[in-house]
Ligand binder design. Structure first.
Ligand SMILES: Cc1ncc(COP(=O)(O)O)c(C=O)c1O
Length: 369
C-alpha cells in the first residue's frame, strides 16, 4: 500500500531541529518533569519497575481523563494512546473501509486526510470560512453530508486557525450526523488552551457514534510524554484497543504514571493557567509586531499557540516558508500543508524572547519582499 506524504509532519521532522528558530510548533514550550512532579514523586519514579502496565492505560489514568469531561463515562469508554496521533489512526482504521466517504474540515492538521485517502476513502473537504469567523456554513454542511457519509471529521479548537466552533454549529453537526446515521470524529487536542481560560464545549457523548480524541501534547505542554486518548462507545473502544495491539501495544508505563498524577483537578488547572497566561502575553506581542506589516494579516485565534496569517504578497505559502527557512533560518508551516493556500501558520508558544527574535528575522525577510 502506498501512503501519501504527510507534508506538514515531514517538513517539521526534517527541519525543526535544524533551524535557528522553530515557529512551526503548535504547543506551548514544554514543562520539565521537575516542574510537574513533587520531590516525593521524583524520588518514587526512580524506584519504578519498567513494566508494560495496562495496555489500555491504567484505571487511574483513564479515570483522570474521564474527570476532564462533564459527561457520565465509564473506564470502558476510554483507551490511552500514544499521542492523539495514534488515537486518530485507530479511529480511522477501525471505523472506515476502502470506498467509504467522509466529510472533512479544512484547513486542518491533515493527518486523517492523508491517511484516509491513502486507504482509498473518498475525502470530501468542507472549508471553514474566514468571513464567518472560521466557522462552517451549516447550509454547506447539510448539502455535503448524505446517507453515503460514514464520518464527519472535525478539529476543534481548529488547527491552524485557533478558532473555536460555536455551539449552534455543534448542535447542527449532531443533528445532521443523527439524521444520516454517521460518525462524528472530533480531534480536540487543543481543548484546554483557550485564550479566555474557559474550556470549550466538547463533542464527548454527543451521539452513540461520536469519537473524541485528545491528549497532553498541546494545552498541557507535555508532548514528550506521548499521552493521548480516544473516547467513545464500549464497542468502539474494544475495537480500537484490539488494533492498538498492532501499533504500540501500550504507552510507556512511566508516562502513564506521570500523567495519572498530574491530572488531578488542581494540578491540571495550574498547568492550563500557565498555558493561558503565556499565550495571552505572547499573542499581544505578536499582534503588536504584525500591526505595521502590510504583507501579512493575522487572524486572531481563540485558542492554541497558533495563528493563521494571510499572505498579501504574490508568492505561494511554500515559497514563503522555504525562502524564510533557507535564508533566515526560521521555520513556519505553509497553508498548503493545512489544505488552504495563501496563508502561513505562526506558532507562538515558545518563550517570549525566542518568539521576539524569530519575528525580527521574519520582519527582515518581509522587508526584502
Ligand atoms: C490537530 C492535531 N491532532 C493531533 C496531533 C498529534 O499530536 P500528539 O500525537 O502529540 O497528541 C496534532 C499535532 O500537531 C494536531 O495538531
Amino acid at each position: 500500500m502506498k501512503f501519501e506524504e504527510f507534508e506538514l509532519e515531514r517538513n517539521q521532522s526534517l527541519f525543526e531541529n535544524e533551524v535557528d528558530y522553530n515557529l512551526s510548533e503548535s504547543g506551548v514550550h514544554p514543562l520539565k518533569m521537575s516542574e510537574i512532579l513533587t520531590k516525593d514523586e521524583q524520588a518514587q519514579i526512580l524506584d519504578k519497575k519498567l513494566l508494560y502496565g495496562y495496555t489500555n492505560g491504567t484505571p487511574q489514568l483513564r479515570r483522570s481523563v474521564i474527570d476532564i469531561y462533564d459527561k457520565e463515562l465509564s473506564l470502558e469508554n476510554v483507551l490511552i494512546t500514544s499521542g492523539s496521533a495514534e488515537a486518530n489512526f485507530l479511529s480511522i482504521m477501525t471505523q472506515l473501509d476502502t470506498g467509504d466517504e467522509i466529510v472533512y474540515m479544512i484547513p486542518n492538521y491533515l493527518q486523517i486526510y492523508h491517511l484516509a485517502r491513502s486507504l482509498g476513502i473518498e475525502v470530501k473537504t468542507l472549508p471553514i470560512r474566514q468571513e464567518l469567523g472560521w466557522q462552517w456554513d451549516p447550509d454547506e454542511l447539510k448539502k455535503m453530508v448524505s446517507s453515503n457519509t460514514k464520518m464527519i471529521v472535525i478539529c476543534n479548537p481548529n488547527n491552524p486557525t485557533g478558532a473555536i466552533m460555536n455551539s449552534q454549529i455543534m448542535d447542527k453537526i449532531i443533528e445532521i450526523a443523527e439524521i444520516n446515521d454517521c460518525w462524528i470524529l472530533s480531534d480536540e487536542v487543543y481543548r484546554g488552551a483557550e485564550l479566555n481560560g474557559v474550556e470549550c464545549r466538547s463533542f464527548v457523548g454527543a451521539t452513540e457514534k461520536t469519537i473524541v480524541n485528545a491528549g497532553l501534547s498541546k494545552a498541557y505542554s507535555l508532548p514528550g510524554l506521548r499521552i493521548g486518548w480516544t473516547i467513545g462507545s464500549k464497542e468502539y473502544i474494544e475495537k480500537a484497543w484490539s488494533f492498538h495491539d498492532f501499533t504500540v501495544i501500550n504507552v510507556s508505563y512511566i508516562s502513564d504514571w506521570i500523567a495519572s498524577r498530574i491530572l488531578t483537578y488542581e494540578r491540571r488547572i495550574k498547568i492550563l493557567n500557565r498555558t493561558k497566561d503565556h499565550l495571552n502575553h505572547n499573542l499581544d506581542m505578536l499582534c503588536d509586531w504584525a500591526a505595521d506589516i502590510p504583507s501579512i494579516s493575522l487572524s486572531k485565534p481563540e485558542a492554541a499557540a497558533i495563528t493563521f496569517a494571510k499572505i498579501n504578497l504574490d508568492i505561494n505559502s511554500e515559497e514563503f516558508v522555504f525562502d524564510l527557512r533557507d535564508n533566515y533560518s526560521v521555520l513556519l508551516t505553509a497553508g498548503k500543508w493545512h489544505g488552504l493556500e495563501g496563508y502561513v501558520r505562526f506558532g507562538y508558544g515558545t518563550p517570549t524572547e525566542y518568539v521576539e527574535s524569530a519575528l525580527s528575522r521574519v520582519k527582515s525577510f518581509l522587508k526584502n519582499k
